[in-house]
Design a protein around this ligand. Sequence first.
Ligand SMILES: Cc1cc2nc3c(=O)[nH]c(=O)nc-3n(C[C@H](O)[C@H](O)[C@H](O)COP(=O)(O)OP(=O)(O)OC[C@H]3O[C@@H](n4cnc5c(N)ncnc54)[C@H](O)[C@@H]3O)c2cc1C
Length: 479
Amino acid sequence: MTISENRLSSPTAETIGKFVAIVGDKNALREPDEQAPYLTEWRDRYEGKTPLVLRPATVAEVSAILKLANETKTAIVPQGGNTGLVGGQIPNKEGTEIVLSLTRMNRIRSVDPQEFSITVDAGVTLAEIRKAADDVDRLFPLSLASEGSCQVGGNLATNAGGVHVLAYGSARQLSLGLEVVLANGDVWSGLRKLKKDNTGFDLKHLFIGSEGTLGIITGAVLQLYPKPAHSLTAFAGLPDLDAALDFFEHARSKLGPALTAFELLPRIGLDFVIRNMEGARDPLEAHYPWYVLIEHSGPEKEEDAIGIIESLLEISIGENIIKDAVIAQSQSQSLALWNLRDRMSEAQKPEGGSIKHDVSVPIALIPEFIARAAPVVESIIPGARPVPFGHFGDGNIHYNVSQPRDMSKDEFLANWEKLNEAIYALVTSLNGSISAEHGIGQMKQDLMARTKSPEELTLMRAIKASLDPNGILNPGKLL
Ligand SMILES: Cc1cc2nc3c(=O)[nH]c(=O)nc-3n(C[C@H](O)[C@H](O)[C@H](O)COP(=O)(O)OP(=O)(O)OC[C@H]3O[C@@H](n4cnc5c(N)ncnc54)[C@H](O)[C@@H]3O)c2cc1C
């Protein structure tokens, strides 16, 4: 079975007219300035062209669009908040693919605090969902630095991770049911609220993480959690990277499920944030090579929780695992500490080009990975500045490399593939993953054959061919 992109055709003027009629003139964008925000992405790495950006408002409109696309063999690129980092939401450069934006499908359908669930349209932003949960004294724990813009449909399509996977899991673990429009326009309504349902294949998992290649997610039922009575943030300076592993072991054993984040920051990353981001400042007096930000949250009163976290920090200082630490004393101090972590990507922009790797390795191998990656970088681009940071507690490191100070951005970025190749080879040799949370999109598609076994790829292609035989959904991405 093959997925035949060559069966696709560029939409004719007549077909375009039919697409426009489905959503109405106002929501079919044809002018370059109206289309521009949908055609480039956050890192300016991918730029596409399109005859049309469609902005449907209902499931029926999405269904009609896909039915027509399937009949006319027109490629459709689903797009949420356009914060994806691997180019999955951007159409091709030839201008033959239509962008379908979910932005207008932004209704919270219902919130059920008793059942700990929320049912939403796919175009609701993550920040709005978190707020709606908070308003009824509940927590939706998925949290990303992009949450003001990214949409839950995009979160599910990419199986987004973020800072709380350690405690609550990724988007996959937080979803109870989905509503999906299939390639032929049929609507699968799987908006179930059941935690237990062993009645054969759990179809929602096919669509979660499928990056818009198997169907368009239009609605979801999500799992809510009790809102923690307290949430404490602490920031610790470490003597070396091995200490991060010891500190993680201590923190996890002592805090159990109340350890809701464990994030790693290198000194160079902190320097970038302090230098380039307004208002950021060093939280500790002395400088250390590595830092860890931890979050402790749960049902206890804050006074009790402070005792627990102080004891963890004291023991760890006593054992020379951490050198110094601070506990945020207020909401604003906590935000200031989180800001150092959240702005780490953004702070790299003023430093010039940055070559990125979103990878994971078994947690125990993180120090080895980072230690072995540094000479690899130096041998390919002498003077380049590695900035490894991220979700240590999930084994997920954003191994970003900033350009040498005295090199031009273009000269540096010309090494992108070569450096990727070397870092991914190291990650693979450590039994890690070349995409921990951002997905495959267009960026890593060529690496799939190296990452998945032939059997896995055959299965994936068979599923794609069966759900989307004409290959209209997000061609050229993922597979
Ligand atoms: C500053 C910043 C921080 C980030 N931090 C994290 C992080 O910590 N963890 C993490 O996992 N990601 C992170 N990301 C990446 C990004 O925010 C996530 O991948 C997010 O889930 C994408 O959501 P979106 O709505 O923007 O999707 P888009 O970018 O619009 O689309 C992403 C993919 O999903 C598909 N898609 C979108 N909506 C639908 C739908 N309704 N149905 C079917 N397919 C769809 C698209 O075709 C595309 O393949 C970050 C990005 C930025 C810019």
